[in-house]
Design a protein around this ligand. Structure first.
Ligand SMILES: Cc1cc2nc3c(=O)[nH]c(=O)nc-3n(C[C@H](O)[C@H](O)[C@H](O)COP(=O)(O)O)c2cc1C
Length: 260
């Protein structure tokens, strides 16, 4: 078992990029992905355990909340969490804290990848994509120092009651939206979207992807499509696509990434 473990969910790569930067700073780290059920949940041997997750619909993304229940951490482990968001932190870190009593937590605003809702450049406060990425890298360096020094946050993450309500409605919205997925003639039938989908929601019929409604809106299929052939409403056709420049589709498909 590695000295450090980071549980990470990522749809468009921001959180995985951040997790990799933290892992490089700490050394000897397993990044355990939570896009699907984590393949390793008993991490009682790890000295430090982190969670790096985005805010989706005001709360935790995908099935992360249900996965938390299966994770076993040593009572002596140092715990930390980072919540990424475009506009607001949401209630995700509060939920993680309730379960694991976080020693250290922080929020970080990065590019929004919810293409049908907002253009990816829209962040609060507004900064350019380049600045957002630089800020993320700077913050990862600072956080590594804080983790190694065993720093503790003065307060627990905020409850964010309204966002907790929002996050209850969100999964239904995601399912409704999934009915609007479509594919254009630009599709080359590479099957990447099918392999990326954490819910097995994409099936190929006559060489083209078809979409069910078992969707958690990671939007990796759309954001990583090499031909930008997947659409989700008219807005997504006009808007620039986004995924983190340092994270490949292949990395998102991994279940554990070890950083030495
Ligand atoms: C489906 C979806 C829902 C999102 N919901 C919110 C939200 O409620 N509040 C917010 O501030 N940002 C929201 N975001 C923005 C993400 O939290 C932000 O882009 C994050 O950096 C994405 O991390 P990732 O690239 O690792 O998936 C959402 C993004 C997506 C794709």
């Amino acid at each position: 078992m590695s000295k450090n473990v980071i549980f990470c969910y990522s749809g468009s790569g921001n959180c995985l990029d951040f997790a990799k930067n933290i892992a490089k700073g700490l050394g000897d780290t397993d990044i355990i992905m939570m896009r699907k059920a984590p393949v390793k949940t008993d991490v009682r041997d790890a000295e430090r355990v982190g969670f790096i997750v985005p805010c989706y619909g005001g709360g935790l993304p995908g099935d992360v909340e249900s996965f938390l229940g299966s994770i076993r951490i040593s009572p002596d482990a140092y715990t930390f969490a980072v919540g990424q968001y475009a506009g607001y932190l949401g209630c995700g870190l509060h939920k993680i804290d309730k379960q694991f009593k976080l020693d250290l937590w922080t929020g970080l605003s990065h590019q929004c990848s919810c293409i049908w809702l907002f253009p990816h450049q829209l962040m609060l406060p507004p900064v350019t994509p380049k600045m957002a990425q630089k800020r993320s890298e700077r913050m990862a360096k600072r956080l590594v120092k804080s983790i190694l020094a065993g720093e503790k946050s003065k307060k627990a993450p905020p409850k964010m009651g309204l966002n907790a309500l929002e996050s209850k409605v969100w999964p239904k919205l995601a399912v409704g939206k999934a009915k609007k997925f479509a594919v254009t003639d630009a599709c080359i039938g590479c099957h990447q979207c099918e392999k990326l989908c954490p819910k097995g929601n994409i099936r190929f019929v006559d060489g083209k992807p078809t979409f069910g409604t078992n969707c958690i809106q990671c939007l990796s299929c759309l954001q990583y499509c090499p031909k930008e052939a997947i659409t989700l409403t008219e807005k997504s056709v006009k808007r620039e696509h986004y995924h983190n420049p340092n994270v490949s589709a292949a990395e998102l498909m991994e279940s554990i990434i070890h950083i030495y």
